[in-house]
Design a protein around this ligand. Structure first.
Ligand code: TMP
Length: 208
């Protein structure tokens, strides 16, 4: 019987270096002989990438918070069915740049969708599927170049334009998520060089 792979997600606010670290970990795992795929949310499969386009571009107020939560979960259901679960079932490790904790932080703490409702949508959309490990990168967000309110409809900066008070809530909310899920979530400081952070992450990931 094929041993199941693992599902590892990366979470954090904007500009804390998440995407760089997820790539470094994928390279290190490959070098250690592990069959790994790198994916992202929203997105990670054909249909989910189309839903991503709706979510990350255009006017900041085009959807109500509940619609955003449902769209992220629709993309997630698609991503899990088409990409994540098939890979895990043949023994691959799946690293995803964001997953359900982003919905809890952005649509829950950030946009005010009720937490119980979000957890029940998650359960319905995914069969209550959670990662084996979640790395929460914690650090000051980089200056958001697109914090201006001018809307560039072709750029993937819709959430970046949601304003400072929205973004200020995110760091605290990811720490709260980690606190509530100590077995699954590990907080890693984003301070220092890219290599410093990569070393901290590598210590957490058990390759045995
Ligand atoms: P990215 O910039 O990390 O690719 O993610 C796109 C944006 O989508 C990012 O600003 C965070 C946001 N997002 C949510 O609001 N809810 C979610 O469930 C996910 C996965 C992402």
């Amino acid at each position: 019987m094929i041993k199941k792979g693992r599902f590892i997600t990366f979470e954090g606010g904007e500009g804390v270096g998440k995407s760089t670290q997820v790539k470094i970990l994928a390279d290190k795992l490959s070098a250690a002989g592990i069959d790994v795929i790198l994916t992202r949310e929203p997105g990670g499969s054909l249909g989910a990438e189309e839903i991503r386009d709706l979510l990350v571009k255009g006017s900041t107020d085009k959807f109500s918070p509940m619609t955003e939560a449902l769209l992220h979960n629709a993309a997630r259901a698609e991503h899990l069915t088409k990409t994540v679960k098939p890979a895990i079932n043949v023994g691959k490790w799946v690293l995803s740049d964001r997953y359900a904790d982003s919905t809890i932080a952005y649509q829950g703490h950030g946009q005010g969708v009720d937490m119980k409702t979000l957890l029940s949508i998650h359960s319905f959309a995914t069969g209550n599927f959670w990662p084996d490990l979640t790395i929460i990168l914690d650090g000051n967000e980089l200056e958001r170049a697109a914090a201006r309110e001018d809307e560039k409809f072709d750029k993937e900066d819709r959430y970046e334009r949601m304003g400072k008070s929205f973004h200020d809530k995110l760091r605290e909310s990811f720490l709260k998520i980690a606190n509530n899920n100590p077995e699954r979530c590990k907080v890693v400081s984003a301070a220092g060089t890219v290599e410093d952070v990569a070393k901290r992450i590598w210590k957490i990931v058990d390759v045995k």
